[in-house]
Design a protein around this ligand. Structure first.
Ligand SMILES: C[S@@+](CC[C@H](N)C(=O)[O-])C[C@H]1O[C@@H](n2cnc3c(N)ncnc32)[C@H](O)[C@@H]1O
Length: 307
């Protein structure tokens, strides 16, 4: 593995390990394998087993190294949250002692400009985690003003969405928007003020990424699958990086825990934020399953609509 591949620092891992207390022979499901930061820690602190998935084909390379090192204790599937039931069918496991979701993009996805996730590095407008289907280029260059404004508002929580959509539409009259920096510059122009705390394209890029990867539906589906396969007293950890996802997780856990105190929230320590600035907006929600009866929770019950 190159230095770059090892660069993703697992967020809130100490807290997750402390809350879970991984045990020998138990099986944990890492739904966002990425660079394997969570899986590695679990496999090192106990003699447990890991089933891991990631929708990004890049994760397969890292998973191969894990397989060599941990053998039968580690199994990886190139898959996504909405297919967890298919993955469970393929494995012999019937019940899982803990589910881990570390939502969002990995450092590697952000650090490789050719993936198109970064608004500070030049790259094609891609943003597809699974490297299949509609790209950011398709969306930015083909959607109408109203559709773009809705996407940016709904998934980015961006109040300036109409103006940004208008700026994009104007720019497209002369040429298509081809690259990340080109889009970032178009978005910047639609902000009247020169001074910002965050890069003005932050929310627009977030919105496009969530839309393209169907992240809200994926998360909703993943949480439902996790609750179905969790063992009694098994636990669920979800790390989110922005309020849209956190809202969904919070509402979901409120329903499943029937408002009792089995639903905890933690944020990274000052030391972790100093050491890893990407952790600053992270939030960990933890839930221990206390009841074996679980019935599917529709997305509308969480205050979201089916796209
Ligand atoms: C923040 S990273 C996880 C990093 C990992 N915990 C580590 O320590 O290396 C999120 C990962 O989740 C993956 N991912 C996001 N949405 C997914 C989905 N719906 N199904 C499967 N994997 C997904 C991304 O491809 C990315 O690799």
């Amino acid at each position: 593995m190159t230095k770059k591949e090892l660069a993703h620092k697992p967020v809130l891992i100490k807290e997750i390990i402390k809350l879970t207390g991984p045990k020998d022979n138990e099986t944990y499901f890492d739904a966002t394998f990425g660079n394997g930061g969570y899986s590695k820690e679990f496999l090192e602190v106990s003699n447990c087993n890991i089933i891991a998935i990631d929708r990004d084909p890049y994760a397969k390379q890292i998973a191969r190294e894990f397989k060599k090192k941990y053998g039968k204790r580690f199994n990886f599937f190139h898959s996504k949250f909405s297919q967890i039931n298919e993955v469970m069918e393929k494995t012999k496991e019937k019940k899982i002692n803990g589910f881990l979701f570390d939502i969002g993009v990995s450092s590697m996805q952000l650090d490789f400009p050719e993936r198109g996730f970064s608004f500070i590095k030049e790259g094609p407008l891609d943003m597809r985690m699974g490297q299949k289907g509609t790209t950011a280029y398709d969306v930015v260059n083909s959607k109408s003003h109203a559709e773009l404004a809705d996407i940016i508002y709904y998934y980015g929580d961006e109040r300036n969405s109409r103006r940004i959509a208008r700026e994009i539409e104007n720019y497209r009259k002369s040429k298509n928007i081809e690259t990340t920096l080109e889009l970032a510059e178009v978005v910047r122009k639609s902000f009247p003020n020169k001074y910002y705390k965050k890069h003005p394209a932050t929310k627009t890029f977030q919105a496009l990424r969530i839309y393209i990867n169907n992240e809200i539906e994926e998360l909703h589906s993943g949480l439902n699958h996790a609750l179905k396969y969790l063992e009694k007293n098994g636990n669920l950890h979800v790390v989110t990086f922005h309020s849209l996802e956190d809202r969904l997780v919070k509402k979901f856990l409120k329903i499943v825990s029937q408002n009792n105190k089995l639903n905890k929230v933690l944020k990274p320590s000052k030391e972790e934020i100093e050491h890893n600035s990407r952790s600053r907006s992270a939030k960990l929600r933890f839930y221990e399953k206390n009841n074996l009866e679980f019935s599917y929770i529709p997305i509308e019950d969480l205050g979201f609509k089916q796209s």
